[in-house]
Design a protein around this ligand. Structure first.
Ligand code: ADP
Length: 528
């Protein structure tokens, strides 16, 4: 076909891709449906739209417009959900900050992001003001409570939900700082187009539809809740807000609100499974959980299965808007017995529906053989990758070197094309020249009846270079097992050089999303 000017895109057939449109549609299509639940509070899509419009009016009233960063420190409240639409509605950029960070780190983020305004819920307002003070920042702080919001909007009517502020689908929609598992947080810039596409990928991968009732156990501030604020809204589903992923509250919400889906890091699931030292009991209806952020063990997957919770295992990074691969039960697996099914599901899986390429490559950038043995680094090409790191061109170029996003995650590829992560490059233990996958040792320790959580890290050793040391958090009421018993338990299941040389019993340091901070353990054990 010859190029022909009249075939060029025009406003009638080219609309910038933006998740704002999901809300616009759901307001039109499901105006009266109850779609936000937070305790006794209930909102319909019309009411959610009004809250969004009201917050947007306040933002505009405060002089916030195109490209301005609005930082928010809040739990999983209807307001934070609404801000996922209200901030982009005025062309601004949402920077939702981890509520568990210390004031100095929050101050660092606010300064680095050049936040024009800080919004905080009543519980986190003291953290916000301490951070502003600590950083010597004069940024205005508005508390997300009724009285302050009334003053914020100064009696202005809500703005209508339109796409007017989205002039280019590549314009930034949010700014997310990495969770700090490896130390220094960087600010990943998301655009409207990527957020739109990844939200749709989630709809496909998790099977969201109009009947979906999504429980907010994942913090909305983490990678914009993996894009679920937009995904659930896209299908006209219901958001059940939960401020804390407390096991009893999760089970209660599941029963009372007929929850169909939730998402969280595996650590939340370990707690759910062992709440009060006893398994949580079987749920009334089948529920799907998407877990990721760290690898779930086969013991966890089997436990969830017995509870009637169906697992979708996701892998991703802040840089990829959350999920970029997924592993869910497939028809062509037949009916594997429980242990085999858990083994299959513990793999990180195949690319997310809208990710263009997820490969495992060797040092030359060539794909490793699909033999489940050869290890390489996971690299990604996708429309669902960040634009880059804010004010850090060097880190952006480094991340995208060789034309793909280098993840630092080491994996193998199985014969069926499924990826399985063996370790983070930084967490591999090299002992006597042999690589030890910390994940492999951890998954053995997770089979021990006394162990709730295990983290295995490298500690410097004169003879071997490094040796594995296991840090163990025990189930409630469990006494530390004798070291000889744990050693024997590992020896029965692992090559001898992989058996931890030492066992340390302690609570494990975690990020707000429940990821274990191994860099901190290494530092404390004197090898960081
Ligand atoms: P940080 O890099 O600070 O931890 P992220 O939240 O971006 O912040 O973490 C992404 C990393 O989490 C990945 O690079 C990977 O190491 C780990 N991860 C995420 N999902 C999984 C998973 N399903 N299995 C194993 N590791 C995972």
């Amino acid at each position: 076909m010859r190029a022909d000017g009249h075939l060029a895109p025009r406003p009638a057939n080219f609309v910038p891709l933006t998740p704002l449109d999901f809300l616009r549609r759901s307001i039109e299509v499901f105006p009266a449906k109850t779609v936000v639940v937070a305790g006794a509070r209930r909102l319909s899509y019309l009411e959610l739209g009004a809250l969004v419009g009201r917050l947007a009016a306040g933002l505009r009233q405060s002089g916030i417009g195109q490209g301005d960063v609005v930082s928010v420190i809040a739990g999983n409240t209807p307001e934070l959900l609404a801000l996922h639409f209200a901030v982009p509605l005025v062309g601004a950029v949402l920077n939702a900050i981890n509520t568990r960070l210390d004031p100095a780190t929050v101050a660092h983020i606010l300064a680095h992001a050049e936040a024009r305004l800080v919004l905080a819920d009543a519980e986190r307002a003291p953290l916000a003001s301490t951070a502003l003070e600590a950083g010597g920042l004069k940024t205005r702080l508005v508390t997300l409570d009724e009285a302050s919001l009334a003053a914020f909007t100064q009696g202005q009517g809500p703005l209508p939900v339109t796409l007017d502020a989205v002039v280019d689908e590549w314009q930034p929609i949010s700014l997310n700082y990495t969770s700090g598992t490896t130390g220094s947080p960087k600010g990943a810039v998301y655009h409207h187009r990527g957020a739109y596409l990844n939200a749709l990928g989630n709809v496909m991968a998790l099977g969201f539809d109009e009947r979906s009732v999504y429980l907010w156990t994942l913090p909305m501030f983490h990678c914009n809740g993996w894009c679920h604020p937009w995904a659930v809204t896209a299908v006209g589903g219901t958001h059940v807000c939960l401020d804390r992923p407390d096991p009893a509250a999760i089970v209660a919400a599941m029963r009372e609100e007929a929850v169909t889906h939730f998402a969280c890091a595996p650590v939340v699931l370990y707690n759910l499974l062992h709440q009060g030292g006893e398994p949580g009991g079987k749920l009334a209806r089948r529920v799907r959980v998407a877990t990721g952020g760290a690898a779930p063990t086969t013991a966890l997957i089997q436990g969830l299965d017995a509870m009637g919770i169906e697992l979708i295992h996701l892998y991703g990074l802040t840089e990829s808007y959350g999920p970029v691969t997924g592993c869910a039960e497939r028809a062509d697996w037949g009916e594997p017995e429980a242990a085999e099914k858990a083994r299959l599901l513990a793999r990180q899986g195949v690319r997310h529906p809208l990710a263009a390429e997820v490969a495992v490559v060797d040092a030359e950038g060539e794909p490793v053989p699909m033999d489940g043995v050869a290890m390489g680094e996971i690299v990604i090409r996708s429309n669902t990758l960040m634009a880059g790191y804010l004010k850090n061109a060097a880190a952006t170029e480094e991340a995208f070197r060789h034309g793909r996003l280098a993840t630092g995650d080491l994996a193998v590829r199985h014969g069926d094309g499924f990826i399985q992560i063996k370790d983070r490059a930084k967490d591999v233990i090299i002992s006597g020249g042999e690589n030890i996958s910390s994940l492999e040792v951890e998954s053995v320790l997770h089979q021990h009846p006394a162990v709730l959580l295990a983290a295995v890290v490298a500690v410097a050793d004169e003879k071997w270079g490094e040796v594995p040391v296991a840090c163990l958090e025990l189930k409630p009421g469990q006494e530390p097992p004798p070291e000889v018993e744990l050693t024997a338990f590992c020896r029965d299941r692992l090559a001898h050089f992989k058996v931890p040389r030492r066992f340390v019993f302690r609570e494990l340091p975690k990020t707000a999303t429940g990821k274990i901070q191994k860099f901190q353990l290494r530092a404390e054990l004197g090898s960081g």
